[in-house]
Design a binder for this molecule. Structure first.
Ligand SMILES: CC(C)(COP(=O)(O)OP(=O)(O)OC[C@H]1O[C@@H](n2cnc3c(N)ncnc32)[C@H](O)[C@@H]1OP(=O)(O)O)[C@@H](O)C(=O)NCCC(=O)NCCS
Length: 238
């Protein structure tokens, strides 16, 4: 229960707001406010930030003023994809943790797992080595996804000219195309930096394998990762 769900009865909007929301989301309903209140009850995540609440549900975001409870707008998730800058590096431990694939039904590992040297190598002193390149997805000022490369002695290492990918999107934001857009932007950055190919190592049963294939990665071999899981080594020519 947060302040917003406790005050759900106060949620309202203007006529202009109603029209905007109906148009942005292609809604058929006559009662936009009642529809938004239902989303409040079922939201995947509610974030209070600055003067607003942001509610996320099924690829949509609703913005509600935290003081007046006016629905400002609602639209599809429209994350901005941009090159990572130094202040983003502090988000890397979170995105490294989120990048650990958890098969359905398996228990999530403890957060301390990222301190294992074989895992920590993906972010240790990021930004100081050749091949350290990254992109971020930002939604309403919050970083919700990150993809970055490094040339490191890790599972997806090929040679000193092939940066290896690490990549994740926060769970509530998965499946809405952010991952695809992040990687395409990263490819641009890698090309601009003169790289001819990039590699990754992915667990064989990770559904992300399909995404990588759609992005043009090709199978290049099989490896056993640091946790003795079977991985594919995949390479994308840039
Ligand atoms: C992989 C991941 C970064 C993709 O980002 P995304 O924004 O969900 O991707 P998109 O919406 O552009 O593309 C959807 C594709 O992502 C993959 N995907 C979706 N949900 C996923 C999940 N929970 N875990 C892994 N991959 C997933 C699938 O390949 C999906 O395509 P499909 O519908 O054909 O199966 C994101 O799902 C994630 O963070 N997963 C967990 C961490 C992970 O597996 N990282 C890769 C390590 S090699």
């Amino acid at each position: 229960m947060n302040d917003l769900t406790q005050n759900i009865g106060k949620i309202h909007t203007t006529q202009m707001g109603e029209e905007r929301i109906r148009c942005n989301l292609n809604l058929q309903t006559d009662d936009v406010v009642a529809w938004c209140k239902d989303v409040v009850k079922q939201a995947d995540v509610i974030i209070g930030q600055g003067k607003n609440w942001y509610l996320y549900k099924g690829g949509m975001v609703i913005t509600i003023n935290a003081h007046s409870y006016t629905i400002i707008t609602a639209h599809k998730i429209n994350a901005r994809i941009r090159v990572m800058c130094e202040p983003d590096y502090e988000c890397l431990p979170e995105f490294l943790y989120q990048a650990i694939f958890i098969p359905e039904g398996a228990e999530a590992p403890p957060r301390s797992i990222i301190n294992d040297p074989e895992i920590f190598v993906y972010i240790k002193d990021f930004g100081t080595q050749t091949g350290d390149l990254g992109v971020a997805a930002e939604q309403n000022g919050q970083v919700v996804g990150a993809a970055w490369t490094r040339i490191i002695p890790a599972c997806g290492h090929v040679n000193s000219k092939t940066p290896e990918l690490a990549f994740s999107v926060l769970p509530e934001f998965r499946g809405f195309g952010i991952g695809m857009r992040l990687i395409k932007k990263l490819f641009e950055l890698l090309r601009e930096s003169g790289y001819k190919q990039t590699a990754l190592s992915v667990q064989k049963d990770n559904p992300a394998v399909r995404l990588y294939q759609r992005l043009g990665y090709e199978m290049s071999g099989e490896r056993t990762d640091h946790a003795r899981r079977e991985d594919y080594l995949m390479i994308k020519k840039l």
